[in-house]
Design a protein around this ligand. Structure first.
Ligand SMILES: Nc1nc2c(ncn2[C@@H]2O[C@H](COP(=O)(O)OP(=O)(O)O)[C@@H](O)[C@H]2O)c(=O)[nH]1
Ligand SMILES: [Mg+2]
Length: 398
C-alpha cells in the first residue's frame, strides 16, 4: 500500500467550511417561533458561514422534532435534545461546547432579540478584537420596547445586583443576547455556575481577567408566540448565582440562604407566640413550645421552596422530610441553649454567648438538613418517568 495514500487528506466532500458564527438557541416550548426564526437568520446572515444549534429541554410541544425536520433539509441547523433536564444557562453552555466555531452567539428563540444586528455584532467583535459583544437594550440605539413595566423593574433590580459580582460597567447585564469568542469562553467555562437564566452575568463574574467587551443597541421585541418561562424560581436562581459568585469558595450560598430563612423563623416565632399568649391565652411554656414548632414548620416549607428548590420534596417525602427537619432543629435548639449557657457560666458576655449558640445551631441545622432532609439525589438521569414539565430536575444550584 502506498503510505501517502493512507495519510492523504480527506476528500473535499468531507472537509468542513470554516464557520464564521455558531448561534446557540435554548428552547423550551418554542414551536411557534422556530420556522420564522430560521427564515430570518437565513435572510440576515447571507454571505456568512453559520450554523444554528437549538438546545431543547424535551419541550412537550415537540420543538425538538420540528427543529429536526428543518435540520433534515438544512445542514446548518442542529438540535440537542436534553431529556430530564431543565436550565437555560446549562443549555447554552452545552450548545456552545458542541460547536467548533471560533465565534459563538447566544440568542432567544422567541424573536425578541433583533437578529438584524448580528452582522454588526460580529464585525465589532472581529475589528476591535473583543471577547464579547452584547446586544443591549439600554444603550444608544436600544430600547426595552413594549416590555411589561414589572419586567423592566425586575431587569433594573437584577442589573443593580449584578454590580456586586461584575466589575465592568455593563448597560444590560440581564441580556441573553451576545457573541463570545471560543478562546474567551474556554477561559471561563470551568468557573461557570451554569444554573439559572443569566449566563452573561455568570460569564463576567467567572472571568479571571478584565473582559474586553462591546455593546450594540437593539429594540427588544414583544413575544408573539408561546409564553415566557421566567418565574419566581428564576429569581431565586439568580440570587444564588450572585451570592455564590460574591462569596466565592468561602461560605456556601445555600448556607447563607438557609440562615436568612432562619432569621424569618424568628419573626414567625414571635408572631405565633404573641397570638398564642394574647389571642388564645395559652400559658407561656405551652405557647413557647408551640411557637417553636410553628416557626420550624414555616422554615421547612420556605427552605423546601427556595433554599432547596432543586431538591424540593413532594408528596409522602414532604411528611418524612418535615419530621426529620423537626428532629434536626430540636437538637439544634438544645445545642444552642446548652452551648450559650456554658459560655455564659465561663464569664463571656451574654451577647457573645448568644451569638455563638446561634452559629452552632445554624451550622448543625444546615448540615443535618443537607444530609438527611434534602439529601442530594443519586444520579438517576437514566430513569425517565413520564413527569410533568415543571417537575423536571433543574440543574443543581451548588
Ligand atoms: N433549553 C432551555 N431553554 C429555555 C429554558 N427556559 C427558557 N428557555 C429558552 O430561553 C429563551 C428565553 O426565555 P424566555 O422565557 O423568553 O425569557 P424572557 O425573555 O426573559 O421572558 C427562550 O428561547 C426560551 O425558550 C430552559 O429551561 N431550557
Ligand atoms: Mg423571551
Amino acid at each position: 500500500m502506498n503510505p501517502t495514500t493512507a495519510s492523504s487528506p480527506a476528500p473535499d466532500t468531507h472537509t468542513a467550511c470554516r464557520l464564521d458564527l455558531a448561534l446557540v438557541i435554548p428552547t423550551f416550548n418554542e414551536r411557534g417561533n422556530i420556522a420564522e426564526l430560521i427564515r430570518r437568520l437565513d435572510l440576515t446572515l447571507q454571505g456568512l458561514h453559520w450554523e444554528a444549534i437549538f438546545v431543547d429541554d424535551d419541550s412537550p410541544d415537540g420543538t425538538a422534532d420540528l427543529v429536526r425536520s428543518f435540520a433534515r433539509r438544512d445542514t446548518r441547523i442542529r438540535v440537542i435534545q436534553r431529556i430530564g433536564r431543565r436550565g437555560l444557562a446549562s443549555a447554552c453552555t452545552e450548545g456552545i461546547l458542541s460547536s467548533s466555531a471560533e465565534v459563538v452567539g447566544v440568542m432567544d428563540a422567541d424573536l425578541q432579540h433583533d437578529e438584524t444586528i448580528l452582522p454588526q455584532m460580529l464585525d465589532r467583535l472581529r475589528r476591535e478584537v473583543l471577547d464579547i459583544v452584547i446586544g443591549t437594550r439600554n444603550a444608544v440605539g436600544g430600547s426595552m420596547g413594549d416590555f411589561a413595566s414589572h419586567r423592566v423593574l425586575l431587569s433594573r433590580l437584577g442589573h443593580k445586583l449584578s454590580r456586586a459580582v461584575c466589575s465592568c460597567d455593563l448597560s444590560d447585564p440581564m441580556s441573553g443576547y451576545f457573541l463570545v469568542t471560543r478562546s474567551f469562553f474556554t477561559e471561563v467555562v470551568h468557573n461557570l455556575q451554569g444554573t439559572g437564566f443569566k449566563i452573561l452575568v455568570d460569564i463576567f463574574a467567572s472571568s479571571p481577567r478584565p473582559v474586553r467587551f462591546g455593546e450594540v443597541g437593539y429594540c427588544f421585541r414583544t413575544r408573539q408566540h408561546g409564553a415566557s418561562k421566567l418565574d419566581v424560581n428564576t429569581g431565586v436562581e439568580y440570587l444564588f448565582l450572585v451570592l455564590n459568585k460574591f462569596l466565592g469558595a468561602t461560605i456556601p450560598a445555600r448556607f447563607v440562604m438557609f440562615s436568612l430563612v432562619g432569621a424569618i423563623g424568628i419573626a414567625t416565632h414571635l408572631l405565633a407566640l404573641t397570638t398564642l399568649l394574647y389571642g388564645v391565652h395559652e400559658n407561656f411554656f405551652v405557647a413557647q413550645a408551640l411557637a417553636t414548632y410553628v416557626a420550624m414548620t414555616g422554615n421547612f416549607f420556605i427552605n423546601n421552596m427556595v433554599t432547596y428548590r432543586d431538591r424540593s420534596l413532594r408528596g409522602g417525602r414532604l411528611v418524612t422530610g418535615l419530621a426529620s427537619f423537626w428532629i434536626a432543629c430540636s437538637f439544634g435548639a438544645w445545642a444552642n441553649v446548652t452551648f450559650a449557657h456554658v459560655l455564659l457560666v465561663e464569664g463571656h458576655p451574654w451577647y457573645l454567648a448568644g451569638l455563638a449558640g446561634i452559629i452552632i445551631s445554624s451550622v448543625w441545622n444546615y448540615s443535618i438538613s443537607n444530609l438527611f432532609t434534602w439529601q442530594k439525589k443519586r444520579d438517576d438521569s437514566f430513569v425517565i418517568e413520564p413527569i410533568e414539565a415543571d417537575l423536571l430536575q433543574t440543574d443543581t444550584l451548588d
